[in-house]
Design a protein around this ligand. Structure first.
Ligand SMILES: [Zn+2]
Length: 236
């Protein structure tokens, strides 16, 4: 069973807790129709995700085997049991995901698929689960650079699951600001300032977003909804 599947009960419990707090405090973050739409998209995405992951592995594993002599020459020796290796794998995966996400925001044919994630008119934890299911089946291309560092398929899949699970909790508005975290990780504050169709593309690690030179400051307008392209960060 994948890590993401194991995390589903945690996702649902977190949504229920946020919903209960929303009703208790009167925040007005939830509408039933919007939340059901997000959850339905999430369920469908998990099913089609099996095909996407399968396609990635069908392409990645033969290429990895083909490059074995290169890995042996260079001395790559990744291990899933090594915590440092796993950490490096997550950062490397996050870098690839960054470009996949950024291109999804900048090129219309990719945006046509990814915009599902940004269509919610509310911003709460169910928004994290509103993931696309269609689009061009070429997302695997963005992870091919990981072959250059000899990342084994099991570490690729595990790092991808950790990266995806991490991004769940940042889709909330009510987590208090923790400044030290923002130097290392993306937080709900940084994610909420992501704007559609701009270069402000935060991923799981702040370092990746900043090193790509495209992360915007928190001064960017707060708007998760689909809207015309903003130039607020275009010069970065
Ligand atoms: Zn996006």
């Amino acid at each position: 069973m994948s890590l993401v599947t194991l995390a589903i009960p945690f996702f649902l419990i977190s949504v229920l807790v946020e919903l209960a707090l929303d009703r208790w405090r009167g925040w007005g973050l939830y509408r039933l129709n919007d939340a059901i739409g997000s959850l339905s998209a999430g369920v469908l995405s998990r099913i089609t995700g099996l095909v996407r992951t399968g396609l990635l592995l069908v392409i990645y594993i033969p290429l990895y085997q083909l490059l074995q002599p290169y890995y042996e020459t260079v001395g790559f020796n990744w291990s899933l049991d090594n915590g440092w290796h796993l950490l490096l794998a997550v950062v490397a995966y996050d870098f690839c995901y960054y470009w996949k996400h950024r291109i999804a925001h900048e090129i219309n044919i990719f945006w046509a698929d990814h915009l599902v994630h940004h269509q919610s008119e509310d911003y709460n934890l169910t928004t994290a689960l509103r993931q696309p299911s269609g689009g061009l089946p070429i997302g695997w291309i963005f992870y091919m650079p990981l072959l250059l560092i000899g990342l084994p398929a099991e570490l690729l899949i595990t790092a991808g699951a950790i990266d995806l699970i991490y991004q769940f909790w940042v889709h909330t508005q009510k987590f208090p600001k923790v400044r030290w975290m923002e130097w290392i990780f993306v937080t709900p504050q940084t994610t909420a300032y992501t704007t559609p169709r701009t270069r402000s593309m935060w991923t799981a690690t702040t370092a990746v977003s900043l090193s790509s030179g495209t992360a915007c400051s928190a001064a960017t307008r707060k708007n998760w909804k689909t809207s015309p392209a903003s130039t607020a960060c275009a010069s970065r």
